[in-house]
Design a protein around this ligand. Structure first.
Ligand code: ITT
Length: 191
């Protein structure tokens, strides 16, 4: 069994749609694990590893996790690793988006990127994979698809936000798709 150590159902849905049929993954919920995993560190890499380590210690299973951040150039990389709690501990997507748009008011330079780090523990060894999607922050939210910051992120090569895309369309550009593609390549090599 390979466990995906996440409590975020949107992430789980996206990752499961990306994985080929031959790679079977259980989410924490499916594995019957009810555990809130801390993300105490200042880098995506350390947080992703910590999540995978907690679940590996608990279950002894091969497992992976991922940590994602939205890095905005004009804000020196913020919200970055703090993306989930940008507007406070209540982790509200609407409040996070409102604060980000507020902090970018009057700024025309709106380049940004999503970065996903996948941490895999496979036969007691740790591996990291990274996926980046560059684009820019819109002036207002559009669409009701996706999750998190999707309604205000327009990937390079499109004029629509992730919020306006289906999951399959988002995956053509996405940070998560690129990181998971590397995970899949690794798993195909070793299994
Ligand atoms: P885990 O259980 O996997 O830790 P999480 O919800 O805590 O799930 P993250 O810390 O990785 O996930 O997410 C950081 C923030 O970035 C959070 O506000 C998400 O909504 C947002 N986010 C992550 N991936 C995103 C994506 O593909 N599109 C838009 N927003 C995203």
């Amino acid at each position: 069994m390979l466990i995906f150590a996440t409590n975020n159902e949107n992430k789980a849905r996206e990752v499961q749609a990306i994985l080929p049929a031959g790679i079977k993954v259980s989410t924490l919920k499916e594995a019957g694990i009810d555990q809130d995993i801390p993300e105490p560190y200042d880098t995506l890499e350390e947080n992703a590893l910590e999540k995978a380590r907690v679940i590996h210690r608990l279950t002894g299973n091969n497992c992976f996790s991922e940590d994602t951040g939205l890095e905005v150039e004009a804000l020196d990389g913020a919200p970055g690793v703090h993306s989930a709690r940008y507007a406070g501990e209540h982790r509200s997507n609407e409040a996070n988006i409102a604060l980000l748009l507020h902090n970018l008011e009057g700024k025309t330079a709106r380049r940004a990127r999503f970065r996903t780090v996948v941490a895999l523990i496979w036969n007691n060894e740790e591996h990291l994979f990274e996926g980046v999607c560059t684009g820019h922050i819109a002036f207002a939210p559009t669409g009701s698809g996706g999750f998190g910051y999707d309604p205000i992120f327009i990937p390079e090569g499109s004029d629509r936000s992730f919020g306006e895309m289906t999951m399959e369309e988002k995956s053509r550009y996405s940070h998560r798709k690129k990181a998971v593609a590397q995970l899949v390549a690794f798993l195909n090599q070793v299994s």
